[in-house]
Design a protein around this ligand. Structure first.
Ligand SMILES: [Zn+2]
Ligand SMILES: [Zn+2]
Length: 309
């Protein structure tokens, strides 16, 4: 059997190791993807540190995958060898739980997550169920497309479901991995975009990405307008403090939004292709997964770190 390189976490909290494994054959309902690029998302620390119940180790993280279908398993229809695809956070639904029965696959109670439920994109080849696949436009560069599979779809989907209409004022808090994409999408959606960053350094960049206004968070007080909505897309561990009065008066609200399903990814990719929205990336070869992961965790990367194969 031919071999492939895998960057795996041997056990919770351990450093990455590069190993060789046999290239697996796709099982029924699955395809094998030759991974071209995989973005490193902050959520990969869930796998790295063992923060999700039931993760089996060793495990290769990675849910920002861009690649090409290399082989298809039994019963796979509608996908073929040589087709470009992406895989994001949505790694497959069970199709039978109460959410799935209502067609709400994103909220599947038994959602599979690549890199957590099964080996993700930190390897040269990965297996994925067809429920996880998004068709990838030919024109997109794999390394630039991969962060769109998590950071991209999350900001795109949260914004388009936020209720904001063209010309509405939308503030994007943070000019980072998610924020630098959020600013671009919000601008292309036709919103008036205010970027909120820490300190004055990112003002010029935020404007270049499409922000109309830049606000230093140190100078910010309050912020939500009447009927305003705060949509949370990042996942820091600290709780959010909100006074009931802040919500009552002005009828303001707070809600969360995470990712979406593969057809949402396809919309994200198509929109990026149409409008030129692209992530800013730093590329590392798969063999340097440990260094690349540390770079992402440092918070200094501008702005997404991508492994290339
Ligand atoms: Zn992610
Ligand atoms: Zn389900």
């Amino acid at each position: 059997m031919a071999k492939m390189k895998v960057a795996q976490v041997p056990k919770p909290g351990a450093d990455f190791e590069i190993v060789e494994r046999e290239i697996p054959s796709p099982t029924a309902g699955h395809v094998r993807i030759r991974v071209q690029a995989c973005g490193i998302c902050h959520s990969d620390f869930i796998t790295k540190e063992g923060l999700f119940p039931g993760i089996q180790y060793p495990r290769a993280p990675g849910h920002e995958v861009a690649g090409v279908i290399d082989d298809v398993g039994a019963g796979v229809t509608g996908w073929k060898k040589g087709q470009r695809v992406g895989v994001g956070w949505h790694g497959g639904q069970d199709g039978t739980c109460i959410a799935c029965r209502r067609g709400d696959f994103a909220n599947c109670l038994n959602l599979k997550i690549p890199g957590i439920s099964y080996d993700g994109g930190y390897q040269e080849y990965m297996l994925a169920p067809v429920e996880a696949l998004a068709a990838m436009p030919e024109s997109l560069d794999p390394a630039e497309a991969s962060p769109l599979m998590c950071a991209g779809i999350t900001t795109f989907n949260a914004l388009r479901h936020s209720g904001a209409m063209p010309a509405d004022l939308v503030a994007v808090q943070g000019v980072g991995g998610l924020g630098h994409l959020g600013i671009q999408f919000a601008s292309k959606f036709g919103y008036k975009v205010a970027a909120i960053g820490r300190g004055p350094e990112n003002a010029a960049l935020a404007r270049k990405l499409g922000a109309h206004v830049y606000i230093d968070s140190k100078e910010l007080t309050g912020g939500l307008g009447l009927n305003g909505k705060l949509v949370i897309v990042g996942a820091p561990s600290e709780p959010i403090e909100v006074s009931p009065l802040q919500l009552l008066f002005g009828r303001r609200s707070v809600k969360g939004w995470s990712s979406g399903i593969p057809t949402d990814s396809e919309d994200t990719l198509r929109f990026a292709e149409l409008t030129g929205v692209r992530p800013m990336i730093e590329k590392y070869p798969l063999e340097k997964a440990g260094e690349a992961y540390a770079r992402m965790m440092s918070g200094k990367a501008e702005f997404r770190v991508v492994l290339t194969m």
